[in-house]
Design a protein around this ligand. Structure first.
Ligand code: PHE
Ligand code: FE
Length: 286
């Protein structure tokens, strides 16, 4: 995930908060937890994850064998889109996070959840960070979007607009849905790394699924302690990339005059996706 409370730098960190993954130090139990999570998602994500994610996963060779070695992942990523993975101890300060993304470095935690936490975790772990985020970094458009986000973050901080930009990350990178000709699919990593939310986001009747609108998204608060009440759906990564291409300076100025919305709000101007649209059979409220 992204948006981070300021954290004290652990003594072993470098100035940019990176550490060594220490891949050789993982126990067999830790690898076994990875395999369990990986196998569960393999079944769930067929026809639920977008094709770009699934082909990225294949291309990376992130496998069921165990927690991947970041050096190996970085070697494949560098060849494909010029990204690499750096290990960090946990959430890092915003400026550090943005600086890494702006330089095509994705910060990942190293620790893995315990068996007692398979389904629920407060903080991102290596399964969320690697399995959830890294496959889409193999996609050229998404790879550019993530870098642009990092550059935009440094600018938003200067304009006191980080909370607006963070919502964009939340509702796209973490919890985004994409409407494809085959039906609604998941691309948000917070969903992709969660068995229960993978099902909930697509098939439950309760959450809203609303067509992506940049300012609307940046006005919408989010919840970090439960499934999302609203998901925003894009039609393509190209749409997302183009919508976020302009200089946000005038948008941030406009947002200062506009209200914030609660996560569950539906507006008259929202394009709400209903049952049956595009082969998508689980629209809002029955
Ligand atoms: N275009 C945005 C700006 O000028 C930066 C940005 C790009 C933000 C992509 C988010 C995603 O601030
Ligand atoms: Fe994340």
């Amino acid at each position: 995930m992204s948006v981070a409370p300021l954290r004290h730098r652990e003594p072993s960190c470098r100035d940019d908060f990176t550490i060594d993954q220490n891949w050789a130090g993982y126990t067999e139990e830790e690898h076994a937890i990875w395999r369990l999570l990986f196998e569960r998602q393999r079944g769930i994500l067929v026809d639920r994850a977008c094709d770009e994610f699934l082909s990225g996963l294949d291309g990376l060779g992130i496998a069921a064998d165990g927690i991947p070695d970041f050096r190996h992942l970085s070697a494949v990523l560098r060849e494909t889109t010029g990204w690499e993975i750096v290990a960090v101890p946990g959430l890092v300060p915003d400026a550090i996070f943005f600086e890494h993304l702006a330089n095509r470095r994705f910060p990942s935690t190293c620790f893995i959840r315990t068996r007692a936490e398979l389904d629920y975790l407060q903080e991102p772990d290596v399964f969320h960070d690697i399995y959830g985020h890294v496959p889409l970094l193999m996609n050229p458009i998404f790879a550019d979007y993530m870098q642009a986000y990092g550059q935009g973050g440094l600018k938003a901080a200067d304009q006191d607009a980080l909370h607006h930009l963070a919502r964009l990350y939340w509702y796209t990178v973490e919890f985004g849905l994409i409407a494809t000709p085959q039906g609604m699919r998941i691309y948000g990593s917070g969903i992709l790394s969660s068995k229960a939310e993978s099902l909930f986001s697509l098939e439950d009747a309760s959450p809203n699924r609303i067509g992506f609108d940049l300012l609307r998204v940046m006005q919408t608060r989010y919840r970090i302690d439960d499934y999302q009440e609203s998901y925003f759906t894009i039609d393509s990564f190209e749409q997302l990339f183009q919508a976020t291409r302009p200089d946000f300076t005038p948008y941030y100025a406009a947002l200062k005059q506009r209200p914030d919305y609660e996560p569950g709000t539906i507006l008259p101007s929202d394009r709400v996706l209903h049952r049956g649209i595009g082969g998508y059979h689980a629209g809002k409220r029955g």
